[in-house]
Design a protein around this ligand. Structure first.
Ligand SMILES: NC(=O)c1ccc[n+]([C@@H]2O[C@H](COP(=O)([O-])OP(=O)(O)OC[C@H]3O[C@@H](n4cnc5c(N)ncnc54)[C@H](O)[C@@H]3O)[C@@H](O)[C@H]2O)c1
Length: 357
């Protein structure tokens, strides 16, 4: 069996999961990790036994042993420059969302990956949840008939909302709804989004972080299918990084209604009260098994590299998702619908509405 050298850059929450998964994979000959927080570097190194544990990710990019890298660093301003360096160094790349802050940056990454013949994918992990996969299959195999409308509501805790918005001023559209926009557009392929209308609602995060608590986004597809995504990050504290999700797919021949919250397990203890284990978005390991999408997503990327298979999330579809959430930010700012694609002056205005670093 062919094996490869793999690097993980930024071994926080997500990068830690990716590093552990890579360390366990029979496709990985050697693992190298980079993390600027020494304590976390040591912690992940103890769990994964890498051949290199460094605070300088460039050491990993310079090593010809490394064939593929996963970039999970924050803040999100690191994504585009790190991915560009990695692709230019000839590495296959899995990059956490958002893939970049601007559309030209996204285009640049796609261009370098295509020119260099490299796998390049974005971490839209929800595609690897079985419930979301069922929705996609129910559209693909005609079970629901022709799609009519999609509704997705997602909320995460304010602790996570605060963590995210303390490091970058991106909206709930860019950081939360992005998962559900990607998922809905994936299910509805090859339809394309043509119009976006959005509203933001202010609450507890406005005074402290100057961002909205939730955003409601209506996306019209080119054949008239309407997608509604509501996403927020101000739930009171719950199970660490609790995420709630409700999904409706309505078609001409059927409907699929799903609670994708993973709240079917109630753990009630004297110390912590009621919590909902396994309810985070990336998932978590439970002894010898993993519950959630991020392990499988990571394995899929490694398989795509080793066996030269297509990646699940084509970067062009990630760019499309980016265009939609930027249009949502512009729409919320202007209180009017925004037509896609974003070009010329409107693209500039969307950038100003979306990125407030
Ligand atoms: N797919 C999902 O379900 C999902 C869930 C959460 C977060 N995310 C995305 O994943 C990314 C990571 O999120 P997180 O919650 O793991 O963040 P995190 O802050 O827990 O981890 C990021 C790590 O990157 C490290 N880092 C920063 N600069 C670095 C550098 N130059 N070299 C090496 N390490 C560096 C930080 O020290 C930190 O430990 C985010 O951009 C987020 O958008 C995806």
């Amino acid at each position: 069996m062919e094996q490869i050298g793999v690097g993980v850059i930024g071994t926080g929450w997500c990068g830690g999961i990716r590093a552990v998964t890579a360390a366990q994979s029979p496709l990985v000959r050697s693992l190298q990790i980079a993390e600027i927080r020494n304590e976390r570097l040591t912690e992940v190194a103890e769990r994964t036994q890498p051949t290199r544990a460094t605070t300088d990710y460039r050491e990993i990019l310079a090593d010809p042993e490394i064939v593929a890298v996963m970039i999970s660093a924050t803040p999100e301003t690191t994504h585009h420059p790190m991915a560009l360096e990695a692709l230019r160094a000839g590495k296959h790349v899995l990059l956490e969302k958002p893939m970049a802050l601007t559309l030209p940056e996204a285009d640049e990454l796609i261009g370098v990956a295509e020119t260099n013949g490299l796998k390049f994918t974005i971490g839209y992990s929800q595609r690897f949840n079985p419930k979301q996969a069922l929705a996609r299959r129910s559209i693909d195999d005609g079970t629901l008939g022709d799609p009519v409308s999609v509704l997705i509501s997602r909320h995460i805790t304010r602790g996570l909302g605060d963590k995210i918005s303390s490091r970058i001023k991106l909206s709930p559209a860019a950081m939360e709804a992005t998962h559900d926009i990607d998922f809905a557009l994936w299910c509805l392929e090859p339809r394309r989004p043509v119009r976006v209308y959005a509203q933001e609602a202010l609450g507890v995060l406005k005074p402290t972080r100057d961002v909205a608590d939730t955003m409601s986004i209506v996306i019209t597809m080119d054949d008239g299918v309407v997608v509604t995504v509501g996403a927020g990050w101000s739930l009171p504290p719950g199970y660490p990084n609790f995420s709630s999700t409700w999904i409706e797919f309505i078609g001409t021949d059927g409907a699929l209604l799903m609670d994708a919250t993973y709240k079917d397990i109630i753990l009630n203890t004297m110390d912590d009260g009621v919590v909902f284990p396994l309810s985070t978005m990336p998932g978590e390991s439970v002894g010898h098994v993993y519950a959630g999408p991020m392990e499988r997503e990571t394995q899929h990327f490694l398989e795509a590299v080793v066996y030269d298979r297509p990646v699940m999330v084509n970067p062009r579809s990630a760019r499309q998702t980016m265009e939609v959430y930027m249009a949502a930010d512009l729409s919320a700012e202007r209180n009017q619908a925004v037509e896609l694609p974003l070009v010329g002056e409107q693209a500039e205005q969307a950038l100003e509405a979306s990125v407030r670093v």
